[in-house]
Design a protein around this ligand. Structure first.
Ligand code: GDP
Length: 364
């Protein structure tokens, strides 16, 4: 499996040549900046009905090597502060931050509907109608986590902490366990220092982003989404190069090739690549984790883009990746449209997964 993973490596370089670099001009317009506000509701989502089955990994044909040169665009007019705050002049004023934050969580929740109906609903079903918490429940929690792609190492660590809390009488009822699970998720997903978490900053001029991942995970789609975003923000975007390395039975040292690509970029521009993002397909579960481990050994990854989270009822892989790699998820893909690429903020994500939503109207 390992070899199969490596031999289908694709490397695509996205060079974002920034035309402007003033103030928060670097923040693409239309981004969904939605830090969650206030305390999240502390209630269990209800057990949903039967979860849909996961779709298998996308199977696109291997892509041909391609070099894309974007037509140089004329520099956009210099923005005024008002432009930055309100990119679409004709549109009505944006809603207050608190409303935006709620909307974003709701949108994220919608995109995560399968995972909420699967992984999260299975977890919450364990506690329905239970007042007392006993160690047997934690065994069931463990089973749900393992079957939802959280991964053995991360599951073990979370369970050890829960058992410890239970032994200290800190988990008296189901709400307390749910809170503890939420806190664990928040802790794990908050990995990374603030400079290298959240959306790309693109403060260097030019900023070079190296996107890597195996075939079919969603690199091209993600690059298109990012490019759309930066272009809309008035930046010049150049898609530098794309290449596919394929295995032959000669067992090419493909990870060496990828290192070479990185080295060549660094030689061409000091400090580049400024970001190296690994794209992983959430529907491939533990396979994605194995890929991530190998890429991490070869490259200094600065973040992960987890695609196709809309297509999995498991979704626990997000915890496994952050915990085992110590690398932050920077974006998640929740569909194929440009706007389906969401910035990743741990608190928003945890609220969307574990919090109560309108979709919780229940199965009484
Ligand atoms: P690449 O080989 O890594 O460049 O992968 P592609 O970008 O060609 O994507 C492979 C398939 O996954 C395509 O059919 C994409 O439309 C699809 N895809 C990519 N990202 C997402 C996502 O977030 N959600 C869904 N549902 N499909 C996605």
């Amino acid at each position: 499996m390992t070899t199969a993973v490596i031999v289908r490596v694709i490397v695509v370089v996205l060079g974002a040549l920034l035309a402007l670099g003033r103030g928060n001009r670097d923040k693409p317009s239309g981004q969904l900046q939605a830090p969650s506000e206030g305390a999240a509701p502390r209630s269990l989502p209800p057990a949903a009905g039967k979860a849909k089955r996961d779709e298998g990994p996308a199977s696109t044909p291997a892509q041909q090597a391609a070099t894309v040169r974007a037509k140089p665009t004329p520099p956009p007019p210099r923005p005024t502060p008002a432009d930055v705050a309100e990119p679409a002049k004709a549109s009505p004023p944006p809603p207050p931050a608190s409303v935006r934050a709620k909307k974003d969580v709701a949108g994220l929740r919608k995109g995560l509907a399968l995972a909420r109906g699967g992984f999260i609903a299975k977890l919450s079903a364990l506690f329905q109608g239970k007042k007392e918490i006993d160690p047997a429940i934690l065994e069931q929690v463990e089973e749900v986590m393992l079957s939802s792609d959280v991964g053995p190492k991360t599951t073990k660590a979370i369970l050890a902490r829960l058992r410890d809390s239970l032994a200290k009488n800190e988990l008296r009822d189901s709400d307390a366990v749910w809170d503890a699970l939420r806190a664990e998720a928040q802790r794990i997903l908050s990995v990374g220092d603030s400079a290298k978490s959240g959306p790309l900053r693109a403060t260097a001029k030019p900023t070079v982003v190296l996107m890597v991942g195996v075939n079919g995970v969603g690199k091209t789609t993600t690059i298109g989404k990012l490019a759309t975003r930066y272009h809309a923000a008035g930046k010049k975007v150049m898609l530098g190069a794309g290449d596919t390395f394929r295995g032959l039975h000669t067992k090419l040292p493909l990870m060496d090739e990828i290192k070479k690509v990185r080295k060549t970029i660094a030689k061409a521009l000091d400090g580049a690549p400024h970001e190296t993002l690994l794209v992983l397909d959430a529907t491939t579960g533990q396979n994605a984790l194995q890929q991530a481990i190998q890429f991490k050994e070869a490259l200094d990854l600065t973040g992960v883009v987890l695609t196709k989270l809309d297509g999995t009822a498991k979704g626990g892989i997000v915890l496994g990746v952050c915990d085992e790699l110590g690398i932050p998820v920077r974006y998640v893909g929740l569909g194929e449209r440009a706007e389906d690429l969401r910035e990743f903020h741990a608190d928003e994500f945890v609220e969307a997964l574990f919090g109560r939503g309108e979709d919780d109207v229940v199965a009484a």
